[in-house]
Design a protein around this ligand. Structure first.
Ligand SMILES: [Zn+2]
Length: 211
């Protein structure tokens, strides 16, 4: 139910923590069923049972619509932290839904220009500047993971053999991207369907590596 990784807390007197809630549902389903996630969970820091805390409203921007959803919160008095249970279709501090950002990333990968992407997504009110920033972030993620993957390849003789066969055959950029994504997805045997990839990645990564 809960992603094992937690976000960093800040320095304010009451610390904030975000837990990705593996909702496995669409935004519309979450809108109907959010209260079902109001359940007892243990504090990730001390293990004691957290208490129900206030909920708050938050906007989620999609391609053609903006939704207002509730975010449930829990509180651990012992650690003085407030925990937000963020549905996994969102990234912390990000107003745009993961599937929306993924669409932009995929279009960018197949060579669609920023102007065309901005035009196609104009209904959402997204700026060209934001798309430009995402493009950069997307590249940074890929670059970082490519470097990590190549290092892993050098260090791990078990995976080295199987992947080296592929490299010898001649690996395209797309093949290599698939290898990287599968390795980040952990147990997954295939790349999730379009719109579910960033969520699946984030549920499997530490907060500092969220896409
Ligand atoms: Zn605690």
């Amino acid at each position: 139910m809960l992603a094992p990784q937690l976000s960093q807390a800040n320095d304010s007197p009451t610390k904030l923590m975000i837990i990705l809630l593996e909702t496995n549902s669409s935004i519309k389903q979450y809108l109907k069923n959010w209260y079902k996630y109001d359940m007892d969970i243990d504090c990730p820091l001390c293990g004691t049972l957290t208490r129900r805390h206030t909920k708050y409203e938050r906007q989620v921007i999609c391609k053609t619509e903006t939704y207002t959803i509730f975010i449930l919160r829990r509180r651990c008095k012992h650690c003085n932290i407030t925990i937000s249970l963020l549905p996994s279709f969102l990234k912390p501090w990000q107003r745009f839904a993961n599937h929306f950002r993924e669409i932009a990333g995929r279009w960018h990968l197949v060579g669609k220009s920023l102007n065309r992407i901005a035009a196609n997504l104009s209904q959402s009110g997204i700026s060209r500047r934001t798309l430009q920033r995402w493009k950069q972030e997307f590249h940074d993620h890929l670059k970082r993971e490519l470097i990590r993957e190549r290092r892993r390849l050098v260090d791990d003789s078990a995976i080295k053999e199987s992947i080296l066969v592929l490299y010898r055959k001649g690996l395209t950029a797309g093949d290599e991207l698939k290898i990287i994504l599968l390795s980040l997805l952990g147990k997954a045997k295939s790349i999730p369907q379009t719109g579910k990839l960033l969520t699946a990645l984030n549920l499997n990564l530490p907060p500092q590596d969220y896409w």
